[in-house]
Each structure stands twice: as C-alpha cells, then as structure tokens.
Design a protein around this ligand. Structure first.
Ligand code: CA
Length: 229
C-alpha cells in the first residue's frame, strides 16, 4: 500500500485537504488538484496508481475526465459525488469509474473502497498475465475456469473454483481463514466463518481423495495452504 500515488481532483478545498492528510497518514503519496482541466493535464503528465475524482468540478466535469482517462488507461477511478447528484452516479459508472462514494463519507469507507479497487485491479493484472497455473499434478486454466488433475477434469462449483484458485495463486503460503474469507467471499461477507472449512472439505473430497494425493494442507489454528512438491 505504501508509496502508491493518488491523484485527488476535488474543488472543495477543505475536503480535499482532509482527504489528503488522511491518505498521507496511511502512507500514500497524494497530489491534489482543484480544477478539472488541470486535473486531466496532471494525469497526462505523471503516472498515478489511482484517481479520486469529484463529479462537479470547474473546468471539466468528473464524468468527462473519467471518459478521457478511460480512453488511455485502466487506472482505478473512484468517483466522489455529493448527495444531490444521485442521478449522476449511474453516468459516473457508465463513464468507466470503478466505484463511487457519496459525500460526506467516513474516511475508513474511502480507505476500504480504495483497497478493494486496488485488489481488483491487481487480480485482473495477475489473471491476464498467467492463464495456466500448475501445481504438482493439478492444473488450472483460468480463462476456461477448468481444473484438471492428471489431465482428468474436476468439476467444481464457482466458490470451490475461486477458493482453489486463491490457494494455488498463493501456493506454499499459509492463508488464514480471514484472508480466505476476504478474498473469496468479499470484505463485506457476514456469516459463518466456518464456511471456509466447509469448502476446504469439499475441495479435499473432490481433489485429494479422488486422486489419492495430499494437496491441501492444514496448519492447525492458523489456516490452509497448497504445497508444491
Ligand atoms: Ca465539486
């Protein structure tokens, strides 16, 4: 998270200052611009990891800035909209924003949304880089969402697949239940935490038992991992 460069385009000076200080406190580098046209210019001249974009701006609207950025970049964009601009949210997402936040917002909410947008972005990059993942006799074709063991296809449900993919992408690393829940079920998931154990059991019965090879390992009291032999 540290050192990521954020471009904040927001004409409410007080709000912009507040967000800037909070983000800097979190370790982000922040550039603040109060004018739409200037904001777009700054985006063109420097490389940023995320754009926080107000909707109503002097010079150029947030929607227009978003459209123009999307023509050249997949950088995560979070729109900041005032309460009375509800109708424009749809337009904001249509123009290519990843998410939006209604003002006034709690800073924790903004930080959470930013983390999600970053995670989503890096997942997409990883996925597009590597289409085929292999550990021992197991192979995952990410594009086809197909899993084979010794070239025999294993049929998995959507969640089983996502769980297996997450384990394999982090092979040899012990993942806690909380990490798995956050990644596979989403940060806002509220429910039984033993859902992870249940799905690990499903995977084991479909993979370990069928192919008589210990694939998913347990570290008692900590979590799970897939071991590359
Ligand atoms: Ca504004």
């Amino acid at each position: 998270m540290e050192g990521k460069k954020i471009l904040l385009i927001e004409d409410e000076v007080k709000l912009a200052r507040f967000v800037e200080l909070e983000l800097k406190y979190e370790g982000y580098q922040v550039t603040v611009i109060h004018d739409g046209r200037e904001g777009l210019e700054t985006f063109s001249n420097e490389k940023f990891d995320m754009i926080l974009l107000d909707l109503m701006l002097p010079g150029l609207s947030g929607i227009e800035i978003c459209r123009r950025i999307r023509k050249v970049s997949d950088v995560p964009i979070i729109m900041l909209t005032a309460k009375d601009e509800v109708m424009d949210k749809v337009a904001g997402l249509d123009s290519g924003a990843d998410d939006y936040l209604t003002k006034p917002f709690a800073i924790e909410e903004l930080l959470a949304r930013m983390r999600v947008a970053f995670k989503h972005c890096s997942n997409q990059q990883n996925d597009s880089k590597k289409k085929l993942l292999q550990v021992n006799h197991l192979c995952i074709d990410i594009e086809k969402r197909m899993v084979t063991v010794n070239d025999i296809e294993v049929e998995l449900t959507k969640k089983e697949f996502e769980l297996l993919l997450y384990l394999v992408q982090n092979k040899n690393i012990v993942l806690t239940r909380e990490q798995i829940l956050n990644q596979v079920w989403g940060y806002s998931y509220i429910g039984e935490t033993n859902v992870v154990d249940v799905y690990i059991r499903y995977l084991r019965s479909k993979i370990d038992e069928t192919f008589d090879e210990k694939f998913i390992h347990t570290i008692r009291g900590v979590g799970y991992y897939v071991k590359e032999e």
